[in-house]
Design a protein around this ligand. Structure first.
Ligand SMILES: Nc1ncnc2c1ncn2[C@@H]1O[C@H](COP(=O)(O)OP(=O)(O)OP(=O)(O)O)[C@@H](O)[C@H]1O
Ligand SMILES: [Mg+2]
Length: 234
């Protein structure tokens, strides 16, 4: 049995997922892995190999049909869905391929949203910190724009700020650069790398881009719902 060791942020033991339906689909089988604090990991694999399914399990957006999952030493497969939702809100940051910024809110409000939902810290302090993040990525002049008044690359940078603003333990990204050209993709990836290096956070990123994957610490390759390889990158 593989219970978590200190510093292991995510631990999966024999995790599997079958989607129910007229013809049930097995998406994952026998996945075991340990992700340490501060690790930047890429998940690669062919379309349909189970990458998004795995990311959803790691992000507590879905639960496995077999196996156990621990987040920061806590067994999440033993939690109720309400408890998992709280944990997800407090500890996880998400970046999706299509950024899902809220169209009726400004860039600034979009980034502040998770901080406000989580409560806790003081609002002025959070806003000052978020404004400094915008400064860092060169978007200060566009802070009051709505998402549809920003380019795709700018929207994706805002989405990254939103994912890190709440200081999550784990950042999960599904093809964060998938709809960007190579220059913007490199810039957005660089930003994610830089921000998470400064104050170490665990990042798990699904990508089709082998070049970007090679710039992470570790690459897990899925094939037909199983781990084909899991190696240090570089
Ligand atoms: N909600 C669902 N219901 C039924 N089957 C699903 C569901 N979501 C995914 N699947 C199936 O599970 C398998 C893995 O899908 P998943 O989305 O995890 O793949 P992926 O590796 O992310 O692919 P892509 O690179 O195309 O995004 C596929 O066979 C897919 O058809
Ligand atoms: Mg996918």
């Amino acid at each position: 049995m593989s219970t978590p060791k200190p510093k292991e942020v995510l631990v999966l033991d024999g995790v599997g997922k079958v989607y129910p339906g007229a013809v049930p689909t097995r998406a994952l089988e026998g996945i075991s892995c340990r992700v340490s604090a501060g690790e930047f990991m890429a998940i690669v694999g062919a379309s349909g190999s189970g990458k998004t399914t795995l990311l959803n399990l790691l992000g507590l957006l879905d639960s496995p049909t077999e196996g156990r999952v621990w987040l920061d030493g806590l067994e999440v497969t033993a939690l109720t869905s309400d408890e998992a939702a709280h944990l997800r809100r407090d500890r996880m940051g998400f970046i999706f391929q299509f950024h899902y910024l809220l169209p009726e809110f400004s860039a600034l409000e979009n980034v502040l949203m998770p901080c406000r939902l989580a409560g806790g810290g003081r609002e002025e302090e959070q806003e000052a910190w978020v404004r400094s993040l915008f400064e860092r990525v060169g978007l200060t002049s566009k802070i009051d724009r709505r998402p549809n008044q920003l380019s795709g690359g700018e929207q994706q940078r805002v989405a990254i700020l939103r994912a890190v603003a709440n200081n999550p333990l784990v950042i999960l990204a599904d093809e964060p650069t998938g709809n960007l050209d190579s220059r913007n993709a490199a810039e957005v990836f660089g930003l994610l790398r830089e921000i998470t290096r400064e104050s170490p956070r665990t990042v798990i990123m699904v990508t089709h881009d082998r070049e970007l994957a090679a710039k992470t610490d570790r690459v897990m390759t899925l094939r037909d719902g199983r781990v084909e390889s899991d190696t240090a990158a570089g």
